[in-house]
Design a protein around this ligand. Sequence first.
Ligand SMILES: [Fe+2]
Ligand SMILES: [Fe+2]
Length: 127
Amino acid sequence: MSQLPDALKVGVDSIDQRHEEFWGLFEALKNASDSDFSAAFDAVILHTQRHFAEEEADMEHLVYANKAEHKQEHQKALDEMNYFREKVSSKKLIFAKAYVKDRLGDWFRTHLLNMDSDLARMIILSR
Ligand SMILES: [Fe+2]
Ligand SMILES: [Fe+2]
């Protein structure tokens, strides 16, 4: 299982561990066979729900100007994951696979380098 690239580490252990976990599950999903795909997708969604909830709990302890925007991005991403998870159930696997291959990884990288890095900075500053 591949490791989270160093360039994606933000220097707050709890956040980096969560991202490491996402990365592993995302890699497993990308490499899943058709028959394993829905279980692997469920694992990513289940992880992501907890991942976002934990980040959002961290935000509550900070004076954090981008809280609403960050939470909105989380909600949008989860809605999108659930939308494509539905496609798996309705046998439209090709759409779900394209989403995972072409969009999910880019979303994660962009969100991490913008929103999550910003949150990490606020956590470090508040110490
Ligand atoms: Fe995150
Ligand atoms: Fe986030």
